[in-house]
Design a protein. Sequence first.
Length: 161
Amino acid sequence: MKSMSGSMIAVLRIRGEVGVREPIKKAMDLMKLHRKNRVVLIKNTPSNIGMINKVKDYCTFGEVDAEIVKELLEKRGRLPGNKLLSAEYLKKEAKADFNSLSKSLVEGKASMKDIPGLKRYFKMHPPIGGFERGGIKHPYAAGGALGYRGKEMGKLIQKMI
C-alpha cells in the first residue's frame, strides 16, 4: 500500500458481512464498521494503517480534508437517540464550532472522542451514480471501488452525503 500523507483517513465499508473471515471481522468491529455504507474517520498511525491493510478487500479509504470532515459532522454526525449533531450542542459540550473542530480533527489536535456522545461512525446513503464501473470486488487502481483512493475519497463521500 502507498504511504498516506494526511493525518485523517476516512474508511468506508463497501462490501457486506457474508463470508468475512474472523480476523477481518474483528478489525472492522474495532473500527466500528459494522455494516456497509458506513464511514469512520481515524488517525494516520501505524496500528490504524495495519487494520486498514487487513480490511482493504472490503473497504475503500483515503485522506480527507477539513471541508469534507465539516460536511460529515454537519449532515451525518449523530448523537444518542439518532439525533443530529447541532452547533448548539458542540458549543455547549466541546466549546467549538464545526469549522474549528474539523480543522483540529484533520490536524490531529482533537479526536472524535473529545465530543461527548458523538457516534464515531457516519451512516451514509449509497453513492449517487453508483460506484466505479469495475464494481465492488476490484481494486480502485483497476477501475473498481476497493482499496486506497487517496484524495479522491472526498469525491466519493460527497456523492454519498
